[in-house]
Design a protein around this ligand. Sequence first.
Ligand code: NAI
Length: 345
Amino acid sequence: MHTLKEMPVEGYERVLAFRDPAAGLRGFLAIHSTALGPAVGGVRLWRYASEDEALTDVLRLSRAMTYKAALAELPCGGGKAVIIAHPELQRDPAFEAYGGVVESLGGRFFTGPDVGIIPADLAAIARATHHVACGSAAGPDHSHEETALGVWHGMRACLDFAGLRRARPHRARVAIQGVGSVGLQLARLLKREGMELLVADIDPSRARQVAEELGAEVVPPDEILTARCDVLAPCALGGVITVETARQIQARIVCGCANNILATPEAGDELARRGILYAPDYLVNAGGLIAGVEFYLLKRRDSTASLARIYDRMQQVLELAQQRGVSTARVADELAEARLRAAER
Ligand code: NAI
């Protein structure tokens, strides 16, 4: 049986600490906003060093989901759950108990997979609640494909804005940092579009696979961010672009799927100052969320048109940033906040 403890946190609708001692379950669930609709957010299983670290992560991630959903014009808000991984965790009962936590929220929170989650976990959650993305071919197992497609739509908008597709059709040079689930899909899409690929991964076997399959050039991981290319696509971890890195990047465009690519807002300002077009991460990596929400909550089977709208949104952000002389990251935040304010009125 799970227990719940409310933890009031300013700026968040609800934050819960949940436990099930018999299953070794310890975690946090945050509902940042339901102004636009039920909060949507995956559950992450991670070896957090402390409960504080887990709480910080769930707060940061749930807030980011609100912004991502708002900018994508989805009728949903942002939430997230994190579970602390440790040797005594009994996976099956723990995820079923987590499903009970989700169920107790009565539909205000809809969950799905995130880092560390396997299909069996989702099946366990689904035994306790139907507010979970689970068990569909169009659902979570394929979200990396939709995410990659969304990134490509955003990248197209940047290439067009920079005049690179017209100037050099089909031969833009794209450097991908991290060829995991999304990075590999993106590489395949880009190859089909005739792009020249540079790839780096800290797992050399992954980089080799892409080199063999797609004829990509492999670059050492510590050289990819500053490689000579037209587009840099960070598809590994967040925080990779600091002000210092922004000064050294040779690409004309930065557009990838990683969450929180910019280490600080000032890194975005530095990219803007140097005339480098930055695609706000949560704008272009929303493809998986868009397809998941449309499929599970809106019962739409085909998200092709919605994913393609990432192009228009990206173009709008680039134009506004240019007109106002501010970074694209700041414009994206303002657009998302305006939508939230309008819903709260
Ligand atoms: P993944 O774990 O499958 O792939 C990440 C890849 O990056 C791995 O191959 C890893 O070895 C590599 N990597 C890690 N650090 C590296 C470094 N310093 N240099 C080069 N390679 C490095 O993860 P996935 O699912 O592809 O996600 C990638 C990013 O996109 C993450 O930041 C994730 O939060 C974000 N994202 C993923 C979505 C999805 O649908 N899977 C949706 C939205 C965002």
